[in-house]
Design a protein around this ligand. Structure first.
Ligand code: TNX
Length: 766
């Protein structure tokens, strides 16, 4: 056939083929998008033709009116300049799926169901391009209208559970803020809102039977200032709280349902219950008094598992909750429940004895199963954090895997539905940038690219197991997010990346392409007054030591198209006169690289800064007696790469040792004169990271007999301990650094009884 086509036609075909590859600026990326000739013009004369059966047509039409500011009158007859929608499962065969055809004069949206129609309209909103001089923002000007490039879309979701979680206990958000949140979730085709309503620091849902939940548990005396890791704790002295009335809850549930979102309530148990205990001390193991939590963490005071009136209380609470929330699933928490009080509680011990249970963990499982039976008896299922798996569950229970993916996989193997919400990739309370300018966050580092790179179905090779993974969820814990604007900053754009993971086929996943579409959505986010983090195009770097020369090669990169990077190494702030970055450059002494993006000669975003330490061990060979394993395993050489680990402890610079000691030997290559030695170790007990019991530095010229140079046994800093020791010059080729692991985490500390992590970085020799 190709032979018959003339060359000109072939060129035309290739061109049109190309344009059919052009991406729509849609997020999530649709299953298929074909661009066509022409465009639809949406203006004041455009009408809407929609049967009443296709969802709530008024709401859909109103959504379009709100976005465009155009009247968009309803019509009942087919004609020109119309947007039409309908439900037709034969045209859009997948649940929640839709087709959208836009051409000059008409837009047709066909949904498999009302959700499909709704999602077609969300796509249409994203496709609207304001005509010149009409901004979505300027509401006072008459609107000339919008264009939609002619196209044909077929679309449906990859996962049927696409969730976002919000903690309203640690900080409380008004109904209006929740509605705004739901609007944006809907725009990105999420279908589940997991509402974390109770925790130690506040009970946020009205329960009519228990008025003290409103007057006591909904309030705390004051709130911690700064990060929980900071010792001593400081407080703001201000009473804080609030709760949603049942009327407000109903309003939110309906508001979400209208937007195809199921709200799943979470009532935490048996742990994270201190606020409830403050109101009703009889629910605890001791008689209290308790007070609503004023700082963050895990509290020993939990619901008593030996006291039947606790179950009566929870069942009564759940009765009211189930009346308010029609969701099939009710989240009962189940995470982070210390067994300390149970161990000392006669009632709990009696229960253990009477039922022949093994220990506190079995008691937790008894607790969860008893509640599960109750919820099942009401025709509902439970969801719980992965701890609920320990001890066995009824078949319908869904496991939400947050401590990595292992819990989820174990649950899937037992044929439980699983939602992947691994803390490593989908916790949006973590930092999204390594720049020191970021505002306080919970810890750790989860950039947009890492979220986008998450693949829930890569967790296991067996398709049988994978079929139980029903979806994914991002979580937003709000310890450090007191305002809507900070909440949004953490959520966007990471939740938008998550939306694509949940909806779009894996095959087309492409980060640069996603970034391109994301940039084109900035206007929409601004229109919605979302305070998104615009730092995803910031400068990144990589570096590698050039050992022979005692130098480090530095590469800079930025994803912003058509932008220049200019940099300095003399501590000055880069300007238009500073060297233009054109490729990797070398540095040969300790310095800070500063860099700035310039777009059309104007600086963009924040100043990039990275310090490099050029010492004698940079690039040297490192041998470890015991390998670093697990989450903080890295190449040995990061110990001597000239870069120091930061307080974002998963920045890739720290080398972690669990269950073993540190014993590193650094070979300088030849005998050198040295007079200074050092290393960094991390004390973050709230992350199970413990400085070594002792750290020793030894030197040798032959690698056989070593002499001790320095030993340190005390690391007082809560955070990064910098050890530097100077001495009269000595000859050495080998430097040995040993650190004795703390071993088992002591009682009363986070992770007590488990293995401590010894975290070490940059070993400096000079
Ligand atoms: C762990 S994730 C928690 C929450 C905290 C969060 C902070 C989970 C089930 N429990 O209580 O808010 O870490 O990142």
């Amino acid at each position: 056939m190709v032979k018959k086509i003339g060359p000109l036609l072939l060129v035309l075909m290739i061109l049109s083929e190309r344009s059919s590859f052009a991406q729509a600026p849609l997020i999530p990326r649709p299953v298929s998008y074909q661009q066509q000739q022409g465009q639809f013009l949406l203006n004041a004369a455009t009408r809407i033709l929609a049967p009443a059966a296709a969802g709530s047509p008024d709401l859909l039409a109103q959504t379009l009116r709100d976005f465009t500011g155009l009247p968009l009158a309803a019509t009942h007859t087919a004609g020109e300049n119309e947007i039409q929608w309908a439900i037709d499962p034969s045209q859009a065969p997948q649940a929640e799926g839709y087709t959208l055809v836009a051409g000059p004069g008409h837009i047709h949206i066909t949904g498999h169901d009302s959700a499909g129609v709704f999602y077609g309209i969300q796509s249409l909103i994203q496709l609207l391009q304001p005509q010149p001089e009409a901004g979505l923002q300027d509401t006072h000007q008459p609107k000339p209208g919008f264009t939609v490039a002619a196209c044909s879309i077929t679309d449906y979701p990859r996962f049927h559970y696409r969730g976002m979680h919000l903690d309203v206990s640690r900080h409380f958000f008004q109904v209006s803020a929740i509605k705004k949140w739901i609007n944006v979730l809907a725009l990105y085709k999420f279908n589940t809102f997991h509402w974390h309503l109770t925790d130690d620091q506040g009970w946020r849902i009205e329960i009519k039977k228990y008025p003290l939940l409103q007057s006591v548990a909904a309030w705390r005396q004051e709130t911690l200032i700064g990060h929980k890791k900071e010792m001593l704790h400081r407080f703001d002295g201000k009473r804080y709280g609030g709760y949603y009335t049942q009327e407000e809850v109903k309003e939110i549930v309906q508001y979400a349902a209208d937007r195809q979102i199921t709200v799943i309530p979470e009532i935490e148990m048996p742990g994270h219950a201190q606020a409830a205990l403050a109101a009703y001390p009889g629910l605890g193991c001791t008689d209290g008094p308790y007070q609503t939590g004023t700082y963050w963490g895990i509290f020993d005071d939990v619901y008593c598992a030996g006291n039947d009136s606790v179950f009566v209380f929870l069942q009564n609470v759940l009765d009211e909750v189930m009346t308010l929330f029609p969701s099939r699933s009710i989240h009962i928490g189940g995470d982070e429940c210390p067994k300390t009080r149970w161990a000392a509680c006669p009632k709990c011990q009696k229960r253990i004895k009477d039922l022949g249970l093994k220990d506190g963990h079995a008691l937790q499982s008894y607790f969860v199963q008893r509640i599960e039976k109750y919820i099942n008896s009401k025709g509902r299922n439970i969801i719980g954090w992965d701890e609920i798996l320990e001890g066995g569950l009824a078949p319908g229970a869904t496991v939400m895997s947050w401590r990595g993916e292992e819990g989820g996989l174990a649950a899937a193997q037992q044929r439980h539905p699983v939602i992947m919400a691994p803390e490593s990739h989908l916790y949006f309370d973590y930092y999204q940038s390594l720049y020191p300018q970021e505002q306080l966050a919970a810890g750790s580092y989860t950039p947009l690219s890492k979220v986008y790179g998450y693949e829930p179905l890569a967790a296991h090779p067996d398709k049988e197991v994978l079929q139980y993974i029903s979806g994914i969820e991002g979580t937003l814990w709000t310890e450090y997010l007191p305002t809507v604007s900070k909440l949004e900053y953490m959520l966007f754009p990471r939740s938008i990346a998550l939306a694509e993971l949940g909806w779009s086929p894996f095959a087309g996943r492409d980060y640069p392409d996603f970034l391109q579409r994301l940039r084109s959505q900035k206007r929409l986010l601004q229109h919605l007054t979302i305070n998104y983090a615009g730092n995803f195009d910031e400068i990144n770097y990589s570096s590698r030591p050039l050992p022979e020369k005692g130098k480090i090669e530095v590469s800079l990169s930025g994803s912003l198209p058509d932008a220049d990077v200019r940099y300095t190494t003399d501590n000055s702030t880069p300007d238009l006169q500073s060297p233009l970055y054109t490729g990797p450059f070398t540095i040969q002494w300790t310095c800070t690289v500063k860099a700035m993006l310039f777009h059309r000669q104007k600086p963009q975003g924040r100043l990039f800064r990275q310090s490099f330490q050029l010492h004698k061990a940079v690039g040297a060979r490192v041998t470890l007696a015991h390998p670093s394993l697990g989450r903080y395993a890295q190449a040995n050489e990061i110990l001597v790469n000239g870069l120091a680990g930061t307080d974002r402890y998963n920045d890739g610079q720290w080398l972690g040792f669990t269950g073993t000691d540190l014993e590193a030997v650094i070979d300088l290559g030849s005998v050198r004169n040295i007079r200074q030695i050092g290393a960094d170790v991390l004390n973050y007990h709230w992350q199970k990271m413990w400085a070594p019991v002792s750290l020793r530095f030894l030197i040798s010229t032959d690698g056989v007999s070593y002499k001790e140079l320095y030993q340190q046994n005390n690391f007082p800093v809560n955070g990064i301990n910098v050890i530097d020791h100077s001495f009269f010059p000595r000859a050495a080729r080998y430097v040995k650094v040993t650190g004795i692991n703390k071993g088992i985490i002591p009682e009363g500390e986070y992770g007590a009884g488990g293995q401590a992590l010894l975290m070490v970085d940059e070993i400096r020799v000079d």
